[in-house]
Design a protein around this ligand. Structure first.
Ligand code: KG4
Ligand code: ZN
Length: 337
């Protein structure tokens, strides 16, 4: 007899996107709705936590209605409700967690708590089958991590940033160059027309370290711009962007390649908003083609925050029997379990 399809409804509100999605059997998107708040945060040059929370409250029911209509399923057809427990902004997380708890209680459905970064990694499962052991490079506005997975649901953080996340560095440098928020895509565009003529530092750290550091690079960019200004020289913005991007990419690609070799990875997954970067995508593709290792980068819409990735990660935990109860809380500093 054919097994019944598993349908999970997931909610994601860890930062500035209010998102809900329904995913079938952990791999197939049935409906995926994302309400972005970027326009509201733009004039402040970054995400304002209080504003993010208010938007989540306003958008949550609309997003849920839309996802249920789009999927054309009833509540009793669902198997579980999944939600991002953390890490993220506490006020923002709470809106998602409380919505998920209310829905689970009202409809008598199991509740599954999900780690936001696990979600980013599992965006790849919506694209292709995951092959283990694998290395995942997570690069977003809040995270820069190299994660080793020997099987589904098992995460070992082998490297992480010691200061700024890669996306954060992009956004700060963009602001110094008077580019709008979020700055990543603007720097990416400029970098393609500029020359990497300025020799910015690369933070390799200790010889075997898979950790990252971007704050020194960010300071070097700011100092270079200030010094040029004091001397009355004008640096071409596109050359600064190209030089900054070259430094970020070289370190990300090199450390990911080293980790993939050391851990004998069958697959390398990339996730998070910075995975949208064309320069990074090209450099990774070239490097892993040389190494003859399979590289997977999700489409742009699955790289940035969404709830389909949360449902995909939840499916694994749901099958293993993980259940949260109604004491579940948002955990801004949640570590991998
Ligand atoms: O994953 P994401 O949507 O949100 C977080 O969970 O943080 O990532 C957002 C980050 C921002 O810092 C943005 O500037 C960066 O991803 N980003 C990019 C590009 N597109 C988005 N950075 C570099 N190049 C891009 N093309
Ligand atoms: Zn994210």
């Amino acid at each position: 007899m054919k097994q019944k399809d598993e349908l999970i409804l997931a909610i994601e509100t860890s930062c500035d996107e209010t998102a809900a999605a329904i995913v079938k059997n952990g791999v197939e998107i049935v409906a995926n709705v994302v309400a972005s708040q970027i326009e509201s945060h733009k004039r402040f040059g970054g995400v304002v936590p209080e504003i993010a929370s208010r938007h989540h409250v306003e958008q949550m029911t609309l997003v849920l209605e839309e996802v249920m209509n789009e999927a054309d399923v009833t509540w009793d057809e669902l198997d579980a409700i999944a939600v991002t427990e953390g890490p993220g902004l506490v006020g923002a997380l709470l809106i998602g967690v409380n919505t998920a708890k209310a829905l689970a209680f009202a409809h008598g459905l199991p509740l599954v708590n999900v780690h936001h970064i696990a979600g980013h990694i599992y965006a790849n499962r919506l694209v292709t089958e995951m092959k283990f052991p694998l290395i995942a490079l997570v690069v977003s506005g809040g995270h820069t991590e190299l994660i080793y997975m020997k099987e589904h649901g098992s995460y070992e953080v082998i490297g992480e940033t010691r200061d700024d996340a890669a996306g954060e560095a992009y956004d700060k440098v963009a602001r110094t160059l008077s580019l709008p928020y979020p700055g990543g895509p603007h720097i990416d565009k400029l970098a393609h027309v500029g020359k990497p003529s300025i020799d910015f530092p690369r933070a390799w750290l200790e010889p075997d370290s898979y950790d990252f550091s971007f704050s020194g690079l960010k300071s070097a960019v700011i100092n270079t711009l200030h010094n040029a200004k004091q001397r009355g020289e004008k640096l071409a913005r596109e050359d600064v962007a190209a030089s900054f991007q070259a430094s970020v990419i070289e370190v990300l690609v090199e450390k990911t390649a080293r980790a993939a070799k050391k851990y004998k990875a069958k697959q390398v997954l990339v996730a998070g908003g910075v995975a949208a970067n064309k320069g990074l995508r090209n450099a990774l593709e070239q490097r892993f083609a040389e190494l003859q290792k399979e590289l997977v980068i999700p489409p742009l819409s699955l790289c940035t925050d969404n709830a389909a990735m949360i449902a995909a990660a939840a499916s694994i935990e749901y099958k293993k029997g993980r259940r949260a109860d109604l004491t579940l809380n948002g955990r801004p500093g949640l570590q991998f379990m």
